[in-house]
Design a binder for this molecule. Structure first.
Ligand code: SAM
Ligand code: SF4
Length: 343
Protein backbone atom coordinates (compact mmCIF):
# COMPACT_ATOMS: atom_id res chain seq x y z
CA UNK A 1 0.00 0.00 0.00
CA UNK A 2 1.14 3.55 -0.77
CA UNK A 3 1.13 4.64 2.90
CA UNK A 4 2.80 1.43 4.02
CA UNK A 5 -0.20 0.32 6.11
CA UNK A 6 -1.59 -3.17 5.72
CA UNK A 7 -5.35 -3.33 5.07
CA UNK A 8 -7.22 -4.46 8.18
CA UNK A 9 -9.26 -7.58 7.50
CA UNK A 10 -12.36 -8.11 9.66
CA UNK A 11 -11.82 -10.62 12.49
CA UNK A 12 -12.92 -14.23 11.93
CA UNK A 13 -16.14 -15.50 13.46
CA UNK A 14 -14.98 -17.09 16.70
CA UNK A 15 -17.31 -18.21 19.47
CA UNK A 16 -16.95 -18.17 23.23
CA UNK A 17 -15.46 -21.70 23.19
CA UNK A 18 -12.72 -20.80 20.70
CA UNK A 19 -14.37 -22.50 17.71
CA UNK A 20 -14.06 -20.62 14.43
CA UNK A 21 -16.98 -20.69 12.02
CA UNK A 22 -15.87 -21.26 8.44
CA UNK A 23 -18.94 -23.02 7.07
CA UNK A 24 -22.39 -21.56 6.37
CA UNK A 25 -25.52 -23.50 5.54
CA UNK A 26 -27.85 -21.13 3.79
CA UNK A 27 -31.47 -22.11 3.36
CA UNK A 28 -33.17 -20.50 0.38
CA UNK A 29 -36.71 -21.77 0.88
CA UNK A 30 -38.84 -23.65 3.41
CA UNK A 31 -40.88 -25.25 0.59
CA UNK A 32 -40.41 -28.71 -0.78
CA UNK A 33 -41.96 -30.97 -3.39
CA UNK A 34 -41.70 -33.96 -0.99
CA UNK A 35 -43.01 -34.51 2.54
CA UNK A 36 -40.50 -36.95 4.06
CA UNK A 37 -42.18 -38.48 7.08
CA UNK A 38 -39.26 -37.68 9.43
CA UNK A 39 -38.87 -34.09 8.21
CA UNK A 40 -42.25 -32.51 7.55
CA UNK A 41 -45.91 -32.91 8.37
CA UNK A 42 -48.19 -34.12 5.60
CA UNK A 43 -49.97 -30.78 5.54
CA UNK A 44 -47.36 -28.09 6.03
CA UNK A 45 -48.06 -24.39 6.14
CA UNK A 46 -45.28 -22.64 4.29
CA UNK A 47 -44.14 -19.08 4.81
CA UNK A 48 -45.55 -16.24 2.73
CA UNK A 49 -43.06 -15.34 -0.02
CA UNK A 50 -42.64 -11.78 1.32
CA UNK A 51 -41.02 -13.16 4.48
CA UNK A 52 -38.24 -14.82 2.50
CA UNK A 53 -34.95 -13.09 1.83
CA UNK A 54 -34.72 -11.86 -1.75
CA UNK A 55 -31.94 -12.99 -4.04
CA UNK A 56 -30.05 -9.78 -3.29
CA UNK A 57 -30.51 -10.21 0.47
CA UNK A 58 -29.29 -13.80 0.35
CA UNK A 59 -26.24 -12.61 -1.51
CA UNK A 60 -25.64 -9.81 1.03
CA UNK A 61 -25.81 -12.34 3.87
CA UNK A 62 -23.40 -14.67 2.10
CA UNK A 63 -21.04 -11.76 1.46
CA UNK A 64 -21.09 -10.78 5.14
CA UNK A 65 -20.05 -14.32 6.09
CA UNK A 66 -17.35 -14.51 3.42
CA UNK A 67 -15.92 -11.19 4.64
CA UNK A 68 -15.64 -12.76 8.09
CA UNK A 69 -13.78 -15.83 6.91
CA UNK A 70 -16.45 -18.33 5.87
CA UNK A 71 -14.87 -20.48 3.12
CA UNK A 72 -17.63 -22.93 2.38
CA UNK A 73 -21.33 -22.38 1.70
CA UNK A 74 -23.91 -25.11 1.37
CA UNK A 75 -27.24 -24.11 -0.17
CA UNK A 76 -30.15 -25.99 1.35
CA UNK A 77 -33.83 -25.74 2.21
CA UNK A 78 -36.65 -27.08 2.10
CA UNK A 79 -35.73 -28.15 -1.38
CA UNK A 80 -33.36 -25.51 -2.75
CA UNK A 81 -34.05 -26.35 -6.38
CA UNK A 82 -37.75 -25.44 -6.09
CA UNK A 83 -36.74 -21.80 -5.64
CA UNK A 84 -37.16 -20.09 -9.03
CA UNK A 85 -34.10 -17.81 -8.90
CA UNK A 86 -31.74 -20.45 -7.51
CA UNK A 87 -29.63 -20.52 -10.70
CA UNK A 88 -28.94 -16.79 -10.43
CA UNK A 89 -27.96 -17.09 -6.77
CA UNK A 90 -25.57 -19.94 -7.54
CA UNK A 91 -24.03 -17.93 -10.39
CA UNK A 92 -23.44 -14.95 -8.09
CA UNK A 93 -21.99 -17.00 -5.25
CA UNK A 94 -20.02 -19.11 -7.72
CA UNK A 95 -18.27 -15.92 -8.85
CA UNK A 96 -16.74 -15.75 -5.33
CA UNK A 97 -15.03 -19.14 -5.72
CA UNK A 98 -11.31 -18.55 -5.54
CA UNK A 99 -12.07 -15.05 -4.23
CA UNK A 100 -12.78 -15.74 -0.58
CA UNK A 101 -14.85 -18.86 -1.07
CA UNK A 102 -13.33 -22.35 -1.41
CA UNK A 103 -16.49 -24.32 -1.98
CA UNK A 104 -20.11 -23.89 -2.97
CA UNK A 105 -22.27 -26.97 -2.52
CA UNK A 106 -25.89 -27.98 -2.31
CA UNK A 107 -28.07 -30.50 -0.51
CA UNK A 108 -30.99 -31.72 -2.59
CA UNK A 109 -33.59 -34.45 -2.87
CA UNK A 110 -32.63 -34.76 -6.58
CA UNK A 111 -36.19 -34.49 -7.93
CA UNK A 112 -35.18 -31.49 -10.06
CA UNK A 113 -31.55 -32.38 -10.68
CA UNK A 114 -32.27 -33.71 -14.14
CA UNK A 115 -32.86 -30.16 -15.34
CA UNK A 116 -30.44 -28.37 -12.99
CA UNK A 117 -27.30 -30.52 -12.87
CA UNK A 118 -25.39 -28.88 -15.71
CA UNK A 119 -26.32 -25.40 -14.50
CA UNK A 120 -24.93 -26.26 -11.05
CA UNK A 121 -21.66 -27.40 -12.54
CA UNK A 122 -21.43 -24.29 -14.71
CA UNK A 123 -21.89 -22.13 -11.57
CA UNK A 124 -18.89 -23.80 -9.93
CA UNK A 125 -20.60 -26.45 -7.80
CA UNK A 126 -18.50 -29.61 -7.79
CA UNK A 127 -20.13 -31.70 -5.06
CA UNK A 128 -23.73 -32.31 -4.06
CA UNK A 129 -25.31 -34.17 -1.19
CA UNK A 130 -28.34 -36.11 -2.32
CA UNK A 131 -30.85 -37.35 0.23
CA UNK A 132 -32.15 -40.81 -0.56
CA UNK A 133 -33.55 -43.19 2.05
CA UNK A 134 -34.43 -46.25 0.01
CA UNK A 135 -33.94 -47.93 -3.37
CA UNK A 136 -37.40 -49.44 -3.32
CA UNK A 137 -39.84 -47.26 -5.34
CA UNK A 138 -42.87 -48.22 -3.20
CA UNK A 139 -40.99 -47.49 0.04
CA UNK A 140 -39.71 -44.25 -1.48
CA UNK A 141 -43.30 -43.21 -2.06
CA UNK A 142 -44.20 -44.18 1.50
CA UNK A 143 -41.31 -42.26 3.11
CA UNK A 144 -41.60 -39.14 0.95
CA UNK A 145 -45.42 -39.37 0.90
CA UNK A 146 -45.46 -38.36 -2.80
CA UNK A 147 -42.11 -38.70 -4.53
CA UNK A 148 -41.40 -40.15 -7.96
CA UNK A 149 -38.49 -42.54 -7.54
CA UNK A 150 -37.63 -42.76 -11.25
CA UNK A 151 -37.31 -38.99 -11.49
CA UNK A 152 -34.89 -39.00 -8.56
CA UNK A 153 -32.81 -41.72 -10.22
CA UNK A 154 -32.71 -39.68 -13.43
CA UNK A 155 -31.60 -36.68 -11.36
CA UNK A 156 -28.78 -38.71 -9.82
CA UNK A 157 -27.69 -39.93 -13.26
CA UNK A 158 -27.74 -36.36 -14.59
CA UNK A 159 -25.62 -35.09 -11.69
CA UNK A 160 -23.14 -37.89 -12.22
CA UNK A 161 -22.98 -37.25 -15.98
CA UNK A 162 -22.48 -33.51 -15.36
CA UNK A 163 -19.35 -34.30 -13.34
CA UNK A 164 -20.73 -33.53 -9.87
CA UNK A 165 -19.28 -35.62 -7.05
CA UNK A 166 -22.17 -37.19 -5.19
CA UNK A 167 -22.62 -38.10 -1.53
CA UNK A 168 -25.79 -39.96 -0.61
CA UNK A 169 -27.36 -38.98 2.74
CA UNK A 170 -29.63 -41.58 4.28
CA UNK A 171 -31.63 -41.18 7.47
CA UNK A 172 -31.85 -44.48 9.35
CA UNK A 173 -35.48 -45.43 9.93
CA UNK A 174 -36.24 -48.45 12.07
CA UNK A 175 -39.11 -49.96 10.12
CA UNK A 176 -38.61 -48.47 6.70
CA UNK A 177 -34.98 -48.83 5.67
CA UNK A 178 -32.80 -50.23 8.48
CA UNK A 179 -32.74 -53.69 6.85
CA UNK A 180 -32.00 -52.20 3.45
CA UNK A 181 -28.93 -50.17 4.45
CA UNK A 182 -26.34 -52.80 3.39
CA UNK A 183 -27.77 -52.97 -0.13
CA UNK A 184 -27.90 -49.18 -0.29
CA UNK A 185 -24.24 -48.98 0.72
CA UNK A 186 -23.40 -51.54 -1.94
CA UNK A 187 -25.29 -49.56 -4.56
CA UNK A 188 -23.78 -46.17 -3.59
CA UNK A 189 -20.23 -47.47 -3.43
CA UNK A 190 -20.77 -49.45 -6.65
CA UNK A 191 -21.56 -46.17 -8.36
CA UNK A 192 -18.58 -44.41 -6.81
CA UNK A 193 -20.62 -42.31 -4.37
CA UNK A 194 -19.72 -41.67 -0.73
CA UNK A 195 -22.56 -42.25 1.68
CA UNK A 196 -23.52 -40.88 5.09
CA UNK A 197 -26.02 -42.37 7.50
CA UNK A 198 -27.89 -39.96 9.78
CA UNK A 199 -29.72 -40.60 13.02
CA UNK A 200 -33.24 -39.22 12.96
CA UNK A 201 -33.45 -36.06 15.08
CA UNK A 202 -36.54 -35.00 17.05
CA UNK A 203 -37.14 -31.75 15.16
CA UNK A 204 -40.71 -30.57 14.63
CA UNK A 205 -43.98 -32.45 14.65
CA UNK A 206 -44.29 -34.56 11.52
CA UNK A 207 -47.42 -36.39 12.59
CA UNK A 208 -45.32 -39.54 13.07
CA UNK A 209 -43.97 -41.19 16.19
CA UNK A 210 -40.23 -40.50 16.59
CA UNK A 211 -39.74 -43.60 18.73
CA UNK A 212 -41.06 -45.70 15.86
CA UNK A 213 -38.70 -43.99 13.42
CA UNK A 214 -35.55 -43.97 15.52
CA UNK A 215 -32.83 -46.57 15.18
CA UNK A 216 -29.44 -45.98 16.83
CA UNK A 217 -26.74 -46.07 14.18
CA UNK A 218 -24.54 -48.35 16.31
CA UNK A 219 -27.14 -51.06 15.63
CA UNK A 220 -26.77 -50.56 11.90
CA UNK A 221 -23.00 -50.38 12.19
CA UNK A 222 -22.96 -53.71 14.06
CA UNK A 223 -24.90 -55.28 11.19
CA UNK A 224 -22.52 -53.84 8.59
CA UNK A 225 -19.55 -55.16 10.55
CA UNK A 226 -20.96 -58.68 10.28
CA UNK A 227 -20.80 -58.35 6.48
CA UNK A 228 -17.78 -56.16 5.81
CA UNK A 229 -14.53 -54.84 7.27
CA UNK A 230 -14.97 -51.24 8.40
CA UNK A 231 -11.65 -49.39 8.65
CA UNK A 232 -11.89 -46.22 10.73
CA UNK A 233 -10.45 -43.26 8.81
CA UNK A 234 -7.72 -41.92 11.03
CA UNK A 235 -7.01 -38.77 9.03
CA UNK A 236 -10.27 -36.88 9.34
CA UNK A 237 -10.88 -34.80 6.23
CA UNK A 238 -11.16 -31.04 6.89
CA UNK A 239 -14.78 -31.14 5.70
CA UNK A 240 -15.80 -34.13 7.83
CA UNK A 241 -17.83 -31.96 10.23
CA UNK A 242 -19.92 -34.09 12.54
CA UNK A 243 -19.43 -37.26 10.45
CA UNK A 244 -17.24 -40.13 11.55
CA UNK A 245 -15.99 -41.92 8.46
CA UNK A 246 -15.01 -45.50 7.76
CA UNK A 247 -13.65 -47.04 4.59
CA UNK A 248 -15.26 -50.36 3.73
CA UNK A 249 -12.54 -52.72 2.61
CA UNK A 250 -14.68 -54.86 0.32
CA UNK A 251 -16.51 -52.04 -1.48
CA UNK A 252 -13.63 -49.54 -1.40
CA UNK A 253 -16.11 -46.75 -0.56
CA UNK A 254 -16.46 -44.27 2.33
CA UNK A 255 -19.30 -44.38 4.79
CA UNK A 256 -20.04 -41.63 7.30
CA UNK A 257 -22.08 -41.77 10.49
CA UNK A 258 -23.83 -38.72 11.93
CA UNK A 259 -24.95 -39.65 15.41
CA UNK A 260 -26.35 -36.62 17.23
CA UNK A 261 -28.28 -38.78 19.68
CA UNK A 262 -25.84 -41.51 20.51
CA UNK A 263 -22.60 -39.59 20.22
CA UNK A 264 -22.23 -35.86 20.66
CA UNK A 265 -20.05 -34.21 18.02
CA UNK A 266 -20.14 -30.55 19.03
CA UNK A 267 -16.52 -29.93 20.07
CA UNK A 268 -15.37 -29.48 16.47
CA UNK A 269 -18.44 -27.59 15.26
CA UNK A 270 -17.43 -25.03 12.61
CA UNK A 271 -20.83 -24.12 11.18
CA UNK A 272 -23.90 -21.99 11.55
CA UNK A 273 -27.20 -22.01 9.68
CA UNK A 274 -29.21 -19.17 8.20
CA UNK A 275 -32.88 -19.73 7.37
CA UNK A 276 -34.64 -18.42 4.29
CA UNK A 277 -36.10 -15.62 6.45
CA UNK A 278 -32.64 -14.53 7.61
CA UNK A 279 -32.51 -16.04 11.06
CA UNK A 280 -29.12 -17.31 12.08
CA UNK A 281 -29.29 -20.46 14.21
CA UNK A 282 -26.02 -21.07 15.97
CA UNK A 283 -26.83 -24.71 16.77
CA UNK A 284 -29.10 -27.21 15.01
CA UNK A 285 -30.14 -28.62 18.36
CA UNK A 286 -31.09 -25.34 20.07
CA UNK A 287 -33.72 -22.72 19.32
CA UNK A 288 -31.72 -19.57 20.04
CA UNK A 289 -31.34 -17.36 16.96
CA UNK A 290 -30.50 -13.84 15.84
CA UNK A 291 -32.46 -11.98 13.18
CA UNK A 292 -30.32 -10.86 10.27
CA UNK A 293 -33.29 -9.70 8.20
CA UNK A 294 -33.89 -6.74 10.50
CA UNK A 295 -30.23 -5.77 10.06
CA UNK A 296 -30.66 -6.02 6.29
CA UNK A 297 -33.96 -4.19 6.00
CA UNK A 298 -33.88 -1.60 8.77
CA UNK A 299 -30.30 -0.47 9.31
CA UNK A 300 -28.78 2.63 7.70
CA UNK A 301 -25.62 0.65 7.00
CA UNK A 302 -26.72 -2.99 6.43
CA UNK A 303 -23.20 -4.26 6.06
CA UNK A 304 -22.15 -2.82 9.46
CA UNK A 305 -25.40 -4.02 11.04
CA UNK A 306 -24.88 -7.54 9.65
CA UNK A 307 -21.38 -7.61 11.05
CA UNK A 308 -22.62 -6.56 14.46
CA UNK A 309 -25.42 -9.15 14.36
CA UNK A 310 -22.94 -11.90 13.45
CA UNK A 311 -20.76 -10.97 16.43
CA UNK A 312 -23.79 -11.04 18.71
CA UNK A 313 -24.84 -14.43 17.33
CA UNK A 314 -21.41 -16.00 17.69
CA UNK A 315 -21.17 -15.01 21.34
CA UNK A 316 -24.36 -17.00 21.90
CA UNK A 317 -23.28 -20.17 20.09
CA UNK A 318 -23.85 -22.87 22.70
CA UNK A 319 -21.24 -25.42 23.64
CA UNK A 320 -23.35 -28.39 22.56
CA UNK A 321 -26.75 -29.54 21.45
CA UNK A 322 -29.13 -31.46 23.63
CA UNK A 323 -31.18 -33.89 21.56
CA UNK A 324 -33.16 -36.71 23.01
CA UNK A 325 -36.10 -38.77 21.79
CA UNK A 326 -38.83 -38.37 24.37
CA UNK A 327 -41.73 -40.51 25.37
CA UNK A 328 -44.36 -41.19 22.78
CA UNK A 329 -46.82 -38.54 23.89
CA UNK A 330 -44.40 -35.72 24.54
CA UNK A 331 -43.81 -32.86 22.14
CA UNK A 332 -40.60 -32.97 20.04
CA UNK A 333 -37.58 -31.50 21.81
CA UNK A 334 -37.59 -28.65 19.29
CA UNK A 335 -40.75 -27.41 17.56
CA UNK A 336 -38.78 -26.28 14.48
CA UNK A 337 -38.80 -28.64 11.46
CA UNK A 338 -35.49 -29.58 9.83
CA UNK A 339 -36.74 -27.94 6.63
CA UNK A 340 -36.51 -24.54 8.40
CA UNK A 341 -32.77 -24.75 8.97
CA UNK A 342 -31.90 -27.16 6.17
CA UNK A 343 -30.10 -29.82 8.19
N1 SAM B 1 -34.56 -31.08 0.65
C1 SAM B 1 -33.16 -31.29 0.67
C2 SAM B 1 -32.82 -32.72 0.96
O1 SAM B 1 -33.69 -33.46 1.41
O2 SAM B 1 -31.68 -33.09 0.72
C3 SAM B 1 -32.41 -30.38 1.63
C4 SAM B 1 -33.03 -30.09 2.96
S1 SAM B 1 -33.22 -31.48 4.04
C5 SAM B 1 -33.99 -30.72 5.44
C6 SAM B 1 -31.53 -31.74 4.56
C7 SAM B 1 -31.25 -33.06 5.20
O3 SAM B 1 -31.90 -33.13 6.44
C8 SAM B 1 -31.70 -34.27 4.41
O4 SAM B 1 -30.59 -35.14 4.22
C9 SAM B 1 -32.72 -34.93 5.29
O5 SAM B 1 -32.71 -36.32 5.15
C10 SAM B 1 -32.29 -34.47 6.66
N2 SAM B 1 -33.37 -34.47 7.65
C11 SAM B 1 -34.58 -33.89 7.59
N3 SAM B 1 -35.26 -34.06 8.75
C12 SAM B 1 -34.46 -34.77 9.57
C13 SAM B 1 -34.59 -35.26 10.91
N4 SAM B 1 -35.68 -35.04 11.65
N5 SAM B 1 -33.56 -35.95 11.44
C14 SAM B 1 -32.42 -36.16 10.70
N6 SAM B 1 -32.23 -35.72 9.46
C15 SAM B 1 -33.24 -35.04 8.88
FE1 SF4 C 1 -38.14 -32.05 1.59
FE2 SF4 C 1 -35.60 -32.57 2.17
FE3 SF4 C 1 -37.44 -32.43 4.12
FE4 SF4 C 1 -37.54 -34.46 2.45
S1 SF4 C 1 -35.86 -33.99 3.87
S2 SF4 C 1 -39.29 -33.18 3.09
S3 SF4 C 1 -36.84 -33.57 0.59
S4 SF4 C 1 -36.79 -30.78 2.84
Amino acid sequence: MADGLMPISPPPLTDAFGRTVSYLRLSVTDRCDLRCAYCMAEHMTFLPKKDLLSLEELEQVAEAFIRRGVRKIRITGGEPLVRKDIGALLDRLGARLGHGLDELTLTTNATLLETHAERLYAAGVRRVNISLDTLDPAMFHEITRRGNFDKVMRGIDAADAAGLKIKINTVGLRHQNAAEIPSMVEWAHGRGFDMTLIEVMPLGDTGEDRIDQYVPLFDIRDRLEQIWTLDEETARPADAGPSRYVRIKETGGRLGFITPLTNNFCAGCNRVRVTCTGRIYMCLGQDDHVDLRAALREANDPSEALDEALDRALLRKPERHDFHIRDRDEAPSLPRHMSVTGG
